[in-house]
Every structure is written in C-alpha cells, then in structure tokens.
Design a protein around this ligand. Structure first.
Ligand code: DC
Length: 227
C-alpha cells in the first residue's frame, strides 16, 4: 500500500519544519497544505477584499478567479497562485490570519481538499495541516496530532520571527496564537481536531530532533504492521 502520513495540529507546534525533516528522512514529498490556504488568503489581500467577507470569498471561488497549485523541485514545494510563485509572499502574519479567515468558507475548503487528495493519490507523501487525518486522508497510514502549550508555541514563533528580523513582542505573538487557535478550532466546517485514531505528540518539552524521532518511530511501527 502507498504510504501517507497526516500531521495535524495548531499554529506554531513546529509542524512545518518537523514535517520537512520526517519527509526527508523517509524520502517522500511533504505537502504543506497551510501554504495553499495562505495563497487563497493572499489573493484577497492583493485584491483588496476583506477575507472575512464570506459572500465575496464565495463569489471569487465560484467565478473561478483563484487557482492554487504546488510544484515540487528537488523535493521542495513552491506554491503557485494564478500562475505566480507566491512561496515567499505568503509567509507574513497578515497572510496567516487571512488564510485562517478564508479557511472557514466551504467552497475554499472543497477546492483545496480536492487538489490535496489528487496530489496524495499518486505518490507516497506526508501532508501537514488541520484536517488531514479527519477529512483529507481519513485512510492515512499514520496520523499524528502534533501540539504544544500556547506559551511554548508562542515562544518558538517569537524566536523564528526575531531571526527573520521581524520585531513583535512575545505578548503579541501569544495573543495571535490564541486568536488563531480559537478561529481554527471553532469554525463550523472541518475545525481543527484530533482524529480518533491519531497519535498525540505534545512537543512542549521535546526538542526538534526528539519530535522528529518520535514520529519516525511511529511511522516505522505502523507501516510495518500495515504492509
Ligand atoms: O499552517 P498555516 O499557519 O500555514 O495555516 C494557515 C491557516 O490555514 C490556518 O490558520 C488554518 C488554515 N488551514 C486549514 O484550515 N486547513 C489546513 N489543512 C491547513 C491550514
């Protein structure tokens, strides 16, 4: 059977970098699904449309104005919005919030979930997001729910931003983390939640390498059992 790994969890749990490392070690691709929601969020920011305006978001989708895709070069994902490479542009806090807002809209989710399933069907892959184990790949070989306390997630995010030269206080980051958690966990359609058969990893007191190793162990155990 084809290997598929679902890693879900809240913002700042280290999903992206942990997923990259796990996929590298297993020599499979890593699809960052958050990047696809971010591309949709960016579309509305660039168009000057409020991402919270559900009717406008629906309208743009239904009029086929938004095409999001990904491209893999040497294993690295590039995210494409209407033909433009937006890989770097989508990494801002503002785009993150816009992504969280548009991700509440059913047509946005339906469009992106369909594309994610197509990508996962044709190759062994690891997907990270919020609804991978519950909605996108309910039959995934391995499901991980990666979380950490809001405080430690905010601290990690804070140092990442500082490294990038973006100055914002720890309190501001913590407020944003909590705001995003609330929005992602309380939306009506496919909210962030742990799948019943997902394995919970709390990385609050784990190093990056310990987290990666913990996931690799789970994958080895599961994959051997299922093949
Ligand atoms: O992981 P991220 O910060 O790049 O995700 C941005 C937003 O996209 C997040 O706040 C919620 C949404 N999202 C989602 O609803 N479903 C996914 N599978 C991935 C992200």
């Amino acid at each position: 059977m084809m290997l598929s790994i679902a890693i879900d969890g809240p913002v700042g749990a280290g999903k992206s970098s942990v997923s990259d490392a796990v996929a590298d070690r297993l020599h499979i691709l890593h699809l960052d699904t958050g990047a696809m929601y971010r591309a949709v969020g960016l579309f509305f920011l660039q168009a000057g449309i409020d991402p919270n305006d559900e009717a406008a978001v629906c309208g743009a989708c239904k009029n086929d104005l938004i095409h999001v895709d990904v491209r893999f070069t040497a294993g690295r994902q590039a995210t494409i919005l209407n033909g433009d490479d937006v890989t770097d542009l989508i990494r801002t806090q503002a785009v993150g919030m816009a992504a969280s807002s548009v991700s509440r809209v059913y047509v946005v989710r339906a469009m992106l979930v369909a594309r994610q399933r197509e990508i996962a069907k044709v190759q062994p892959i690891l997907l990270d997001g919020r609804d991978i184990g519950t909605v996108v790949l309910p039959e995934a070989t391995v499901k991980i729910f990666l979380t950490a306390s809001a405080q430690s997630r905010a601290e990690r995010r804070y140092s990442q931003l500082k490294e990038k030269g973006i100055y914002i206080t720890l309190e501001q980051v913590l407020t944003e983390v909590k705001e995003r958690d609330h929005q992602d966990m309380n939306r009506k359609i496919d909210p962030l939640r742990q799948a019943d058969d997902a394995i919970l990893i709390d990385s609050s007191h784990l190093s990056f390498h310990q987290t990666v190793d913990a996931i690799l162990h789970i994958v080895e155990a599961r994959y051997e059992r299922k093949t």
